[in-house]
Design a protein around this ligand. Structure first.
Ligand SMILES: Nc1ncnc2c1ncn2[C@@H]1O[C@H](COP(=O)(O)OP(=O)(O)OP(=O)(O)O)[C@@H](O)[C@H]1O
Ligand SMILES: [Mg+2]
Length: 256
C-alpha cells in the first residue's frame, strides 16, 4: 500500500468561470520518500498539495493517505507555505507550541517539544523573539518547526524557500535534509528550482501545464547524505540537463 496515492485526481474550480486545475493525476509516494514536484506556473501544484493536506476537495478521482481517502485536515499531514504564516503576536516558542497546545498537550510536554525543535532548527537563542524581529530564513525555520511540532508523518512544502536569498536558501536546503533524516517523515516538496528538486529528492515529478497531470517521474539515484559536493557530480549535471529540457518543453508549449 502506498503512503499517498492519487487516483484519477481532478479539481475544477467554478466561481466565476470554470477552471480545471488538475485532471487525471495519478501518483504514488512511498513512506519516508522525499519527492519534489516541478511544473509550469498555474498547473495545479499548490492545489494538489492542498488536497493532500485535506484543505481542498477533489472534484474527480480520489487521494488516499495510508490507504484511506483524505476527507479533511489532520495533524499527521502538515503544510508549510512560501509565506511564513506565523502568528505575529506570539513568540517563536509560542508559535511552535501552538499545535501541541491545540492537541491538548500539557505545558511541560509543549515545552519539551518546542525546545527539541528550536534546537533542531537552530533557534534556541530566539525563543522569546517575535516574528517581526526575525530574518526571512529564521521565520521559515520557525514555520518548519511549527509544522514538525505535531510530529507529522507527511510534510507538504509549497515553495518554502522561494522568498529567500540564494545563500540562505542553500543553508535551508541542507537543514531540511538534516531534519528529514532525523524526523523520519515523508516530504512532498513543490519548487520552481530544478537543481533544488534534484539536490533534495529521491524522485522528481514533472507536471504538465494546466490541467495538471504527472508527465514524468524521474528517480534521483544520487548518494546520500547529499552535500554541496553533490552539485558537482557528473550524474547531477546529467539529471539536471534532462529535467531542464523536459520542463522547458512543457513551459514553452504553454507560452508559444
Ligand atoms: N481557490 C481558487 N479558486 C479558483 N481558481 C483557483 C483557486 N485556486 C487555484 N485556482 C486556479 O487553479 C489553477 C492552478 O492553481 P495553483 O495555485 O494550484 O497553481 P500552481 O501550479 O501552484 O502555480 P504557481 O507555480 O504559480 O504557484 C490556476 O489556474 C488558478 O487560477
Ligand atoms: Mg503554487
Amino acid at each position: 500500500m502506498a503512503f499517498i496515492e492519487a487516483r484519477g485526481l481532478g479539481k475544477a474550480f467554478s466561481k466565476r468561470r470554470q477552471i480545471t486545475a488538475l485532471s487525471d493525476l495519478n501518483v504514488c509516494v512511498e513512506k519516508n520518500e522525499f519527492v519534489s514536484i516541478i511544473g509550469p506556473s498555474g498547473c495545479g501544484k499548490s492545489t494538489f498539495l492542498l488536497m493532500a493536506a485535506g484543505l481542498e476537495k477533489a472534484t474527480k478521482g480520489e487521494i488516499l493517505f495510508k490507504g484511506r481517502k483524505i476527507l479533511g485536515p489532520d495533524p499527521e499531514r502538515a503544510i508549510v507555505f512560501q509565506e511564513y504564516l506565523l502568528f505575529p503576536w506570539k513568540t517563536v516558542r509560542k508559535n511552535i507550541e501552538f499545535g501541541p497546545k491545540v492537541r491538548g498537550k500539557d505545558s511541560e510536554e509543549q515545552k519539551r517539544i518546542s525546545y527539541h525543535l528550536m534546537d533542531l532548527v537552530g533557534l534556541k537563542a530566539f525563543e522569546n523573539q517575535y516574528p517581526h524581529e526575525l530574518s526571512g530564513g529564521m521565520k521559515q525555520r520557525v514555520a518548519i518547526a511549527r509544522a514538525l511540532a505535531n510530529n507529522p508523518s507527511l510534510l507538504l512544502m509549497d515553495e518554502p524557500f522561494g522568498a529567500l536569498d540564494a545563500l540562505t536558501r542553500e543553508m535551508m536546503q541542507a537543514e531540511l535534509l538534516n531534519i528529514w533524516q532525523q524526523a523520519k517523515c515523508t516530504v512532498l516538496f513543490v519548487t520552481h528550482s530544478i537543481s533544488e528538486a534534484i539536490y533534495l529528492s529521491d524522485r522528481v515529478l514533472i507536471m504538465s501545464r494546466r490541467p495538471g497531470k504527472i508527465i514524468a517521474d524521474i528517480p534521483v539515484g544520487l548518494p546520500r547524505p547529499r552535500t554541496r559536493e553533490t552539485l558537482f557530480l557528473p550524474e547531477f549535471k546529467t539529471i539536471e540537463k534532462d529535467l531542464r529540457q523536459m520542463v522547458w518543453k512543457e513551459v514553452s508549449e504553454a507560452n508559444p
